[in-house]
Ligand binder design. Structure first.
Ligand code: ATP
Ligand code: MG
Length: 290
């Protein structure tokens, strides 16, 4: 990756080991499980790094370490060139306010008993910061920025569709004007047309406010639309990283090629599902077919 601009975030051979219990015959032992092994990458201001790889490859763990919700076991982590590998107290709080998350399921990540206004202003309130212009106007302005009706600040999450709820999750994430937004499968649960709208929103917000994104997704087609750089993870390691076009057009690592080959090509006569899980399913077969 080019070095013209100082990185916002940089990891140097980060490792993360968890103590897990392994049972063999009748004996249970504590063993070390290496979830991350020598992870080195960087995110520059205003750019998007896509993180892809199969389930369990360490994507979310990388995100949690980068946001310092977890402490790295080895290696070093820099935020704006400051070593935050083992930061604590006020330094840690300052970094965490610079890094916000958008998760996969908006309904489980938004408090169902809070109004949109409470949800959107919560990060500021939590940080003890004043809400500029008053909570109602502040929340309304943010709703407008994410393409929702500013008059809906008194509504509750269940009164919105999945795509709208994810927009509220995005509004909450950007309320504190972070420099990095981590999207962990943020559009994976949305159906295809809504997914495209939310991706467009994220790109628009990046253009306007200069957020950097760490964009985690199973769906390589989605990553290709949003990421400037791509890191491919397998079994806790980054096996390949580079510019989006290089990774997609000239993958070097066999694992990357396997991932790319696994991208489904959807026949045009397939019926795409409505609100659903991860993957488009083929249309139901009718009796007597095939
Ligand atoms: N707190 C923990 N204790 C023990 N093992 C953990 C812990 N957190 C994660 N792991 C393990 O680390 C590995 C990486 O998990 P991680 O959640 O980062 O994968 P992922 O790439 O995000 O997968 P997915 O695509 O399914 O979300 C997995 O084997 C997981 O079981
Ligand atoms: Mg994950």
């Amino acid at each position: 990756m080019a070095d013209a601009v100082a990185p916002l975030l940089r990891t140097e051979e980060i490792g993360k080991t968890f103590k897990v219990q392994r049972r063999h015959r009748l004996v249970t032992r504590n063993v070390d499980f290496v979830a991350l092994d020598k992870i080195s990458f960087q995110v520059r201001p205003g750019e998007t790094v896509g993180l892809v790889g199969e389930s369990g490859s360490g994507k979310s763990t990388t995100a949690r370490v980068v946001a310092r919700l977890l402490e790295p076991s080895t290696g070093r982590l820099f935020f704006q060139e400051e070593d935050i590998t083992h930061a604590t107290g006020s330094t840690l709080r300052r970094i965490r306010s610079q890094v916000q998350f958008v998760f996969q399921d908006p309904f489980s990540s938004l408090n169902p008993r809070h109004t949109v206004q409470q949800i959107i202003t919560a990060p500021l309130v939590y940080q003890g910061r004043p809400v500029p212009g008053g909570a109602r106007k502040f929340a309304g302005d943010l709703l407008e920025q994410v393409g929702l009706d500013p008059d809906h600040v008194d509504r509750y999450p269940h009164q919105f569709s999945g795509g709208q709820a994810q927009r509220i999750g995005i509004a909450r994430a950007i309320a504190v004007r972070p420099s990095l937004v981590i999207c962990d499968e943020a559009v994976s649960a949305l159906d295809v047309s809504v997914q495209a709208q939310v991706i467009e929103l994220l790109r628009g917000l990046q253009r306007e406010y200069g957020f950097a994104y760490l964009f985690i997704a199973h769906d390589l087609a989605v990553v290709r639309q949003v990421a400037h750089w791509v890191c491919v993870m397998s079994e806790g390691r980054i096996v390949e990283q580079g510019h989006r076009d290089a990774i997609f057009d000239h993958p070097q690592h066999p694992y990357t090629r396997t991932l790319l080959e696994a991208v489904p090509r959807i026949p045009s006569d397939w019926v795409l599902p409505g609100r659903s899980g991860h993957h488009p399913a083929p249309a139901q077969k009718h009796e007597g077919e095939g």
